[in-house]
Design a protein around this ligand. Structure first.
Ligand SMILES: [Fe+2]
Ligand SMILES: [Fe+2]
Length: 293
C-alpha cells in the first residue's frame, strides 16, 4: 500500500471538510479561555437564530422535566450550562462528521458521536479531580472533539481493520495507532489535529486532540487537559462505548496519577456518574428528534 498517496489524499480531504460556523468557532474561543463570563456565551447564541432555536428546543425537551417552558435565551443557556451549548453548536455544523458511519473501524453509524459524548462527560468528571485548576467545560469540549480524526481517515482504512487486528494479536503492532500509521501514513490524532488547525481551534483543544493517546507528549501546561481526555476516552471504551474494531486497542498512560487524585474506586465512580449523565443527554436528544446535540 502506498501510504504517501493516502496521506496526501487525507490531508486534501481535511481541507475539504465542513467548516465550523462562526458562532461555534467563537464559542470555542470564549469557553477555552480561563476567565470568561456566561454573558459572553449568551451574546454569541443571541446572534445566531438557528442556534437559539436549537438551545430552546433542547432545554424544553421532556428530558429536562421543566414545569414551565423557558423562552428566554439567558435562562436557557444558564440552565443548560456552557458545555451543552457548545455541544449543540459543534454538533450542528459538524454533524456530517460526527454521524459518519465508521466503516474503516467497523463502527456503526452514530458510534463516533456516542463515544465522543461519553468521553466528554467522563473527561469533565476527571477534570474535577485534577490537582491543579482545570476547566471542566474545556475538558468536556476537548472530549467531544478528540476522535474527530477517525471520521476523516475511516474511509481510507476500509478493508484494513481485520488485517490490523490480526497484526495486533500477533504482536506485530504495538497499538491501533501504529496500524493506522502503517496503513495510511497518518493516525487519527494527527488527522484530527490537522482539522483543528484548519478550524483554527484554540491551542488547548489542538493539543488535546493531538495528544489524547500520548498525553505525556503535550506541552507541560496542557498535559492535565490531555490526560483528562485520555482517561475519559478509556472510561468510554471500558463502558463498552467505543467506535468499533479499535476499542481498548490503545495503551493507558499511568502518568495520570501525577495530575489527578484518582483511585481505582474514584475511576469506578466516574464510570457510573458519566453513564448516568450520558443517558440523560442522549434521552433529551432522542426527544428533540434532532441530529446530535
Ligand atoms: Fe482516539
Ligand atoms: Fe476515543
Amino acid at each position: 500500500m502506498d501510504t504517501k498517496v493516502d496521506r496526501q489524499a487525507i490531508l486534501e480531504a481535511i481541507r475539504k471538510a465542513p467548516l465550523l460556523s462562526p458562532s461555534a468557532s467563537r464559542l470555542l474561543q470564549i469557553t477555552a479561555a480561563r476567565e470568561h463570563e456566561m454573558a459572553e456565551v449568551i451574546a454569541v447564541v443571541r446572534t445566531d437564530a438557528h442556534l437559539t432555536a436549537r438551545v430552546l428546543k433542547t432545554v424544553n425537551s421532556a428530558a429536562f422535566g421543566l414545569l414551565y417552558e423557558i423562552t428566554s435565551i439567558d435562562r436557557a443557556v444558564t440552565y443548560l450550562g456552557e458545555r451543552m451549548v457548545v455541544g449543540i453548536a459543534i454538533g450542528d455544523c459538524a454533524a456530517q462528521l460526527f454521524q459518519k458511519q465508521l466503516d474503516g473501524y467497523e463502527g456503526e453509524k452514530g458510534s463516533l458521536w456516542r463515544h465522543d459524548l461519553l468521553t466528554a462527560i467522563a473527561a469533565r468528571e476527571v477534570a474535577g479531580r485534577c490537582r491543579t485548576p482545570l476547566n471542566p467545560d474545556l475538558a468536556f469540549t476537548a472530549g467531544l472533539l478528540h476522535d474527530i480524526g477517525k471520521a476523516l481517515i475511516s474511509d481510507f482504512l476500509k478493508g484494513t481493520p481485520g488485517g490490523l487486528l490480526r497484526e495486533l494479536e500477533e504482536a506485530l503492532l504495538n497499538d491501533y495507532l501504529e496500524g493506522e500509521r502503517a496503513a495510511l501514513g497518518i493516525d487519527h490524532p494527527e488527522a484530527g489535529f490537522e482539522l483543528a488547525l484548519s478550524w483554527q481551534l484554540p491551542a488547548s483543544l489542538q493539543a488535546a486532540i493531538r495528544h489524547h493517546h500520548a498525553p505525556q507528549e503535550a506541552p507541560p501546561e496542557l498535559r492535565p487537559l490531555a490526560y483528562a481526555v485520555h482517561l475519559g476516552d478509556i472510561v468510554a471504551m471500558m463502558s463498552g462505548c467505543g467506535t468499533g474494531a479499535d476499542s481498548l486497542r490503545y495503551h493507558l498512560d499511568g502518568g495520570y496519577t501525577h495530575y489527578f487524585d484518582l483511585s481505582q474506586e474514584g475511576l469506578y465512580e466516574i464510570i457510573l456518574a458519566a453513564d448516568e449523565e450520558f443517558r440523560k443527554i442522549t434521552h433529551s436528544m432522542a426527544e428533540t428528534k434532532e441530529k446530535p446535540v
